[in-house]
Design a protein around this ligand. Structure first.
Ligand SMILES: Cc1cc2nc3c(=O)[nH]c(=O)nc-3n(C[C@H](O)[C@H](O)[C@H](O)COP(=O)(O)OP(=O)(O)OC[C@H]3O[C@@H](n4cnc5c(N)ncnc54)[C@H](O)[C@@H]3O)c2cc1C
Ligand code: SF4
Length: 583
């Protein structure tokens, strides 16, 4: 193993969180900042000729290679886990920019009560009435703490949207149920898709409050406060699972990398796979990594920031023996606890006219939040929390969108009758989607698998995860509402969908996997403190959705970025002046 020249800060992972943290630290201080990214370098020009659905969207060119490293999964602690060898209910990214290169761009703020959910539920229902296996916690940080950092992130990305609550005043056209914002969005909303207008009309007829999803796909040419100018979106539809060839979708490669490339105190090392954080007596001394040629290095560092996404954040802490592993039987230990995966659900709908659904962009969506949180629940549903409903117009591409037929409309799924039906319905189908809160439970957690290993011989991360009755009820409740909206928007609803059953690690639902290194105000029930600083090793900071104690109904990245800026402020303004535990 080769010993390298020390740096002040080593950041593991070059996605949204790692590069946003690097930009703050390298831009605001004279610290030497090194990002170690195990994937390849990336830039906007790489995407110019790459609108190939088979290669990118189906064979998943930009995702982590599961031949190198995957996870294992089981439904309960009594079962034996098996490796996920086929993607996958979520799609971790790899390479500079991480999943931020091929994300959709939906850029949400969370509801204020999400950050104090345990207190909220205790107050609303009484602690004794909550399910015994509920592991929901307060975050140790509030919406008020994060509001300025949300705004920082929205300006950096160039979010297109319409405020519904400006400084406490309801604004027409936006989401009236959102948390109060201090500023209107940097850009007006994206254009509406035809499907969006139909959904909005239908929802309004029923008295709901439709509004456009906030999107990091630019509705107009935009220059952000860092001086980065990007072009407006052309609604090409090759967005989710692709990098944007014109830079209209905010990606780390087109927002942060141009700034970092100019900084003399910044270095990016690609092909650097970190295997351990080295520490002694409660202090990290650096990291060990293997480069693309298989050579091993020790990189000494004064501060280590772990920014490798939920899965790898948790796994690296396990492999490095930092923190106390969670024991689901006793409830003791925090590392690995509160694994969640946002609740999804779809009610397929069909129209007698074409929708032009080939046009769209990654975050083009019309939503209603009338059932978000718990405002609309009266107790009879058997639900503690719900979520948002809406239609998506991400751009239906030829391969994946083919063969969406009303159930039972053809006798067999081959032959001329099937072909004619597939062509007929090709542009006449859509879905009303649920994006629901997934509460954390004692029995859902991550640890190291005792049997299966990655390409370097390190144990894989093991998921113990299953749906509970609560998530099944959320889906059934959403389906009831969707069935009312569909006729109001001129659509018919498919026959009843089969019930979801157990958690399926193969079928994609979203990459909103969270928990494992959660934040909180007590070291016995959280891994990092309210500043995302590790309780046991204060010069280690663990950033990303691994910190979320439970899973909101909203997509995570804007909050992940806001938390990164919040943590960066704590490092710059406090930790570097007095390197000690901040909480
Ligand atoms: C298809 C898709 C669509 C999405 N759409 C949305 C959306 O619309 N809205 C939203 O809010 N979120 C969305 N997400 C989620 C979003 O992409 C993530 O929240 C975000 O990218 C997380 O950023 P991150 O920096 O924490 O992790 P990542 O982006 O995953 O970056 C982590 C980086 O760390 C590197 N790494 C991992 N382990 C190591 C190691 N041991 N050594 C060195 N490097 C390592 C990885 O290669 C990767 O580049 C989507 C995700 C996917 C896959
Ligand atoms: S839909 Fe818009 S943001 Fe997405 S890849 Fe195409 S041009 Fe870029």
């Amino acid at each position: 193993m080769t010993n390298l020249k020390p740096v002040d800060v080593a950041i593991i992972g070059g996605g949204w969180t790692g590069l946003a943290m690097a930009n703050e630290l390298a831009g605001r201080t004279s610290q030497s900042v090194l990002v170690l990214e195990r994937g390849i370098p990336r830039k906007t020009a790489d995407y110019a000729l790459d609108m190939d659905e088979l290669d990118y969207a189906i064979r998943l060119r930009m995702m982590q290679n599961i031949a190198d490293e995957t996870i294992t999964h089981r439904h309960s602690a009594r079962a034996t886990a098996v490796p996920v060898r086929q993607y996958g209910s979520f799609l971790p990214g790899s390479g500079v920019g991480g999943a931020g290169e091929h994300w959709n761009g939906a850029s949400w703020r969370f509801l204020p009560e999400l950050f104090t959910l345990r207190s909220h539920l205790n107050q609303k229902h009484g602690a004794a009435k909550l399910p015994a296996d509920l592991a929901v916690q307060d975050w140790g940080v509030t919406y008020g703490d994060l509001e300025p950092h949300y705004w920082h992130a929205e300006q950096m990305l160039g979010v297109s949207g319409k405020a519904g609550n400006l400084k406490g005043k309801t604004v027409a056209g936006g989401n009236p149920f959102e948390a109060p914002r201090q500023n209107e969005y940097p850009l007006p909303p994206l254009k509406d898709a035809y499907l969006s207008t139909l959904f909005a009309e239908g929802a309004k007829k029923l008295g709901y409050h439709p509004y456009p999803q906030p999107a990091a796909n630019l509705s107009e040419t935009y220059r952000n406060p860092d001086g980065i100018t990007r072009a407006a979106c052309s609604y090409c539809g090759y967005c989710e699972r692709f990098g944007c060839m014109v830079g209209a979708k905010a990606q780390p490669s087109n927002t942060l990398m141009p700034l970092l490339a100019r900084r003399k105190n910044f270095e990016l090392r690609t092909g650097a796979w970190v295997r351990r954080i080295v520490h002694r007596d409660g202090h990290a001394t650096g990291v060990e990594y293997v480069d693309a040629r298989g050579e091993e290095f020790f990189q000494p560092a004064g501060v280590v920031v772990v920014a490798t996404f939920t899965l790898n954040n948790t796994r690296l802490l396990y492999l490095s023996k930092i923190g106390t592993p969670y024991d689901p039987a006793s409830g003791k230990g925090a590392l690995g606890r509160n694994l969640t995966h946002q609740t999804d659900g779809t009610t397929p709908i069909f129209f007698d006219k074409p929708l032009n659904s080939f046009m769209g962009t990654g975050a083009l969506s019309m939503r209603i939040s009338d059932f978000d949180g718990d405002r609309a629940l009266n107790g009879s549903e058997g639900l503690l929390r719900m979520g948002m409903l809406g239609t998506n117009s991400f751009g239906n591409r030829p391969i994946a969108s083919f063969d969406a037929l009303p159930r039972g409309s053809v006798k067999r799924n081959w032959g001329s009758e099937w072909k004619a039906a597939a062509l007929k319905w090709r542009d006449r189908n859509a879905g009303i989607y649920l994006s629901g809160e997934h509460l954390s439970y004692r029995q859902n957690f991550m640890d190291l698998d005792p049997a299966y290993k990655d390409k370097y011989g390190d144990p894989l991360l093991r998921f113990t995860l299953d749906w509970t009755e609560h998530e099944h009820r959320q889906r059934a409740f959403a389906n009831q509402i969707a069935r009312k909206i569909a006729p109001a928007m001129g659509a018919t609803v498919d026959d009843t969908q089969p019930p979801r059953g157990k958690y399926n690690a193969i079928n994609y639902q979203s990459t909103h996997i969270q928990g494992g290194a959660i934040m909180g105000d007590k070291p016995d029930s959280s891994v990092v403190n309210r500043y995302l600083q590790h309780w046991d090793v204060p010069n280690v900071w663990v950033i990303g959705a691994s910190a979320f104690p439970q899973n909101p109904s909203h997509n995570p990245t804007l909050t992940v970025l806001a938390l990164t800026y919040w943590a960066a402020d704590a490092i710059v303004n406090r930790y570097l002046k007095h390197p000690e535990a901040l909480a």
